[in-house]
Design a protein around this ligand. Sequence first.
Ligand code: FDA
Length: 288
Amino acid sequence: MRNARIAPMRALTFLASRFVAGDAIDDAISSVRALNQDGIKATLDNLGEDSLTREQALAAAEENLVMLRRIAEVGVDSNISLKLTQIGLAIDPALARENLIRIAQEAARLKNFVRIDMEGSAWTQKTLDLFYSLHDQYPNLGIVLQAYLRRTEADCRDAVARKVRVRLCKGAYKEPADIAFPSKEDVNANYDKCAAILARAPIPAFATHDDARIAAALKACDAAGLVKSDYEIQMLYGLRAKRWGELRAKGHTVRIYVPYGTHWLPYFTRRIRERKENWMFVVRNLWS
Ligand code: FDA
């Protein structure tokens, strides 16, 4: 019985390894080193969300401190990304705030940067509130905005006015139509509109594997008078690796989101759900 359960888990773990750089920080650091050798930057993410206890939230915060120190020790070119529910937002906003302050302070000491990922819409306002309450004091914090949300155009204008660093993505969570555009066309159109707004914010980061979205963002950056070092194009580990090199060869700053850790299932599920090719990859491999 036990073996019957272990075999599918092993298969899933193997499949997840396409999207996840390993279980431990040093696995991820090896991947970052390989990216850096090709002139590509990284953002390291210790997988996890929705910590249920203070102990889990504190342990997650501790791991983020370890990540920052390890990046500095080994001298790789990487910042970090984290989720606020991982460091306690769902348990106690004060705990998440304390944890985030510790992480931002350590990042500042090590001259590094912390990107706060954006989670499902239940967390959007709470995430922005905590972020903005600390941003003036810790300008080495940045945020993510999701083009599928109807509110995001206004959030982008606000971000430009407050001079914050934004990563723009399409959005990965299931959301109701009253708050998120249900059609891909509308999401794409909003992505391009928001990219044009964010071209006026500091170091905008365009996170997408969609060539048409990248082209629109580059056009907007050009129109805003930005040069290639003024913005970033970001993609996910395991997706379109050939494209990273092509963009880098054209002189763009490319940053890859490198997740690691044992809590990979929700992240893996989002990757499988969002694209037929990723789903086919799993089916093909499970079959063989
Ligand atoms: P989408 O999946 O709609 O694909 C559009 C087109 O891109 C395809 O039709 C195809 O042409 C091309 N394409 C995509 N994948 C390809 C592949 N594997 N091979 C070839 N072509 C491909 N989400 C969130 O909610 N909060 C967050 O904080 C983040 N953070 C984040 C960081 C980074 C660096 C990235 C890249 C993404 C995120 N996301 C995220 C995830 C994001 O919201 C979104 O779910 C995925 O990036 C998928 O959307 P795309 O923009 O890639 O286009």
